[in-house]
Design a protein around this ligand. Structure first.
Ligand code: NAD
Length: 690
């Protein structure tokens, strides 16, 4: 017995007995646009006005419950009714309102659900407050309602990390009242009928049972537990603060404090950077100059050549996505070692509870290890991850040219080598593309997709789409030494090393980078990656500090010594020996060591990266400035609250960057030269981003 009452706009209502079903249909994700918000307020008004309505169910059509704010309304003046008013209107309804949640209830979506008196969720639903990832907090009363409903601990976890929880966890903590096994809406209607006459209504904002008598130590404990994750970020701390307020003040006051904290974040630099980055990441998907009718090539089976550090990690991405991989090595020992590492990595994930034993076997079941190169013949994509040596790569590609099927994509994981030279050495250069994964390749999100001069549009598109399919963040890069990311590392490393000789210590330089928000500084990174990477391997040829370290086996963490000394737990301490080596170098070169300021380190190692980024942009190696930022955030851990090097440069001011570089120019010669684009933009008062 259902009759349609209203069907204008994205919100429609229909009655089932005395339950009013309020249904949103705003594809693709039922974002809380102005029309949706207004429709919800109107529907509650309709329920109030109709004596025949005894309870309300709010549900969504399509793939998900309200998945959050409407991002197309971001940055525009907010339109009435504002979300807090919508949520309050729902909560103040004199008849019970039940949220029927499927898909995801995120951000504003969860706030709507919290405004409802009850929540019924599909068993696969996810609930979360991702605002912190945009440098914000749930600002429609969410920080005050969530702890009252889900408890303080859960509210802290959800708001401060932004990670969603599943329906079962939500049920356990009280955020969800019932899990629907079958059809959601009939289940929610049944639930509404059950609770129809219960009074008083359980209004989230009026509850105290979960927030009274909370030990205030929980807030410091939570902050300390997550100190590493929250380092440098303002928003998690403000989320914690807001939840703490919910335990101390009545809702009406707490919600005002929440607003104040929200506005502080909203007007701050960090959230601006994080919101910028949210769009930067999405923009990175767009490939410039691709003919509109380009169709990707189907990829059903992947070949990987080399089961070393990278080949193994690369393969795991495909196996985890259910794509079969044929992996090739030179000898049995290398093959067994490589596949053994892969298995151990999977098992370590299983031990941490991230995978089931079954999933491990399933993934490994997609792997076909072999020494037979001919087994690559039926692969749709073959990624080469052999030694970083042009001759070796060309030899591998020559063999591929003979055996790969027609239309197969031939990719190289090279870090620096010229993709065009590799492509030109075979008969099908249009099929060649760079797929530059980052180490550890099964974990790092960044994938630089290197577009060669002759790379076919559909090859590029396929590599980009496949990147998404294996849950990477793919970014298009052009051909040059080091592409986007590694190329920008070079001036940083050159200047950092010169600074050592001139008077800085590895500790000082690393500290400046860590304080800036990088996960580690240049020398910590060298020790982690291996000081010996790219070393000429002649211990008698000592031309650089690095040569000197390599000659005495200080190859980094793996040898227990590099720029730092390491104990058995890989904890670093400054090395007097390295200090001596640095001083000897200074003497030999006739450099008089001096005090180096932290500011000089910033100018010579970070401003130089901006300058290199500008060159990358002006040469068309990156499609857009924001792509460079995506590379640095996902590939090297640039703090997202600073947006990325190009956004950061804009916020510092390009003229200030230029002035700093000019101050250092003499010292940085001959390696340094100005980017014309940077100079022009600074002079014209322009920005790289936005
Ligand atoms: P690695 O030495 O760990 O592995 C290379 C593997 O390739 C070895 O196991 C070797 O036996 C195998 N191999 C060599 N020639 C072969 C052939 N002809 N046929 C089959 N197998 C062959 O090296 P890696 O660190 O994995 O680097 C591989 C590539 O990835 C290089 O081009 C490197 O520049 C690039 N890369 C490395 C990193 C990193 O951090 N290690 C990051 C990004 C890209």
């Amino acid at each position: 017995m259902e009759d349609v009452m209203d069907k204008t706009g994205p919100i429609s209502t229909r009655k089932h007995g005395d339950v009013l079903i309020v249904l949103s249909n705003n594809p693709p994700v039922n974002a809380l646009s102005t029309a949706v918000r207004q429709g919800l307020v109107d529907a509650i008004g309709q329920a109030e006005a109709d004596d025949g309505v005894k309870a309300v169910v709010i549900a969504c059509e399509g793939q998900t419950f309200f998945a959050g704010a409407d991002i197309t309304e971001f940055g525009k003046p907010p339109q009435q009714p504002w979300l807090p008013i919508v949520v309050d209107t729902i909560e103040n309804c004199s008849k019970p309102v039940v949220a029927a949640i499927h898909g995801t209830a995120l951000g504003g979506g969860l706030e709507v659900a919290l405004g409802c008196h009850y929540r019924v969720a599909d068993k696969s639903a996810k609930l979360g407050t991702p605002e912190v990832k945009l440098g914000l907090l749930p600002g429609a009363g969410g920080t005050q309602r969530l702890p009252r409903v889900a408890g303080v601990r859960k509210a802290l976890e959800m708001t401060a990390t932004g990670n969603p929880i599943g329906a079962h966890q939500a049920f356990e903590c009280g955020l969800v009242d019932r899990i629907a096994e079958g059809d959601l809406i009939p289940h929610a209607v049944g639930f509404a009928e059950e609770v129809r006459d219960i009074r008083p209504l359980p209004r989230s904002s009026e509850r105290h049972d979960r927030t009274a008598d909370v030990d205030p130590a929980i807030f410091d404990e939570f902050r300390n537990e997550n100190a590493k994750r929250f380092r440098g970020f303002e928003a998690p701390l403000k989320n914690i603060e807001a939840v703490r307020i919910a335990t101390e003040k009545p809702y009406s006051e707490g919600v005002m404090d929440e607003r104040k904290l929200f506005m502080e974040l909203m007007s701050g630099e960090q959230s601006a950077a994080q919101r910028y980055f949210f769009f930067a990441e999405r923009k990175a998907n767009k490939i410039e100059g691709l003919p509109e009718d380009t169709e990707p090539r189907p990829i059903r089976k992947v070949g990987v050549i080399g089961a070393g550090t990278m080949g193994g990690g690369i393969s795991m991405n495909f196996l985890s996505a259910g794509i079969p991989v044929t992996i090739i090595e030179m000898d049995r020992q290398a093959l067994d070692r490589g596949t053994g590492v892969m298995r151990r990595n999977y098992e370590a994930s299983a031990a941490k509870g991230k995978l089931t034993a079954e999933q491990v076997e399933k993934a490994m079941g997609y792997l076909q290890p072999t020494l037979d190169f001919a087994a690559l013949a039926d692969c749709d994509l073959i990624i080469e991850a052999v030694y970083e040596n042009m001759d070796v790569k060309k030899e591998v590609f020559a063999r591929l040219d003979k055996i790969a099927k027609s239309g197969a994509i031939l990719a190289s994981n090279t870090s620096y080598l010229n993709i065009d030279e590799i492509a030109a050495s075979i008969s099908r250069p249009a099929d060649v593309v760079g797929m530059h994964f980052f180490s550890p390749a099964n974990i790092m999100k960044l994938l630089e997709v290197v577009r060669g001069a002759q790379t076919a549009p559909d090859v590029l598109l396929t590599a980009m789409q496949l990147g998404k399919r294996i849950r990477k963040v793919p970014v298009v890069a052009g051909v040059c030494h080091g592409f986007i990311g590694n190329r920008m590392l070079m001036p940083r490393q050159i200047e950092a090393t010169k600074l050592l000789v001139e008077g800085a210590s590895p500790e000082q330089i690393d500290r400046v980078h860590v304080e800036f928000g990088m996960p580690m500084g240049p020398f910590q990174m060298a020790d982690l990656a291996g000081v010996d990477i790219g070393w000429h391997r002649d211990p008698n040829r000592i031309e650089t500090i690095r040569d000197a370290l390599c000659a005495i086996d200080r190859w980094g963490q793996k040898m227990g010594a590099g720029f730092y000394d390491y104990d058995e737990k890989r904890r670093p301490t400054p090395s007097p020996l390295v200090q001596q080596i640095i001083e000897d170098f200074a003497n030999k070169q006739g450099v008089k060591r001096r005090e180096i300021s932290d500011e000089e380190i910033v100018e010579r190692t970070l401003y130089t990266m901006v300058n290199e980024g500008a060159k990358i942009l002006e040469e068309g190696i990156a499609q857009r400035a924001s792509d460079i930022d995506v590379v640095w955030v996902y590939g090297y851990g640039w703090p997202v609250y600073r947006g990325g090097p190009m956004f950061w440069a804009d916020s510092v001011g390009l003229q200030k960057i230029v002035d700093g570089l000019k101050r250092q120019e003499e010292r940085m010669k001959p390696e340094f030269s100005f980017s014309k684009l940077l100079l022009d933009k600074a002079e014209n008062g322009e920005k790289f981003t936005g």
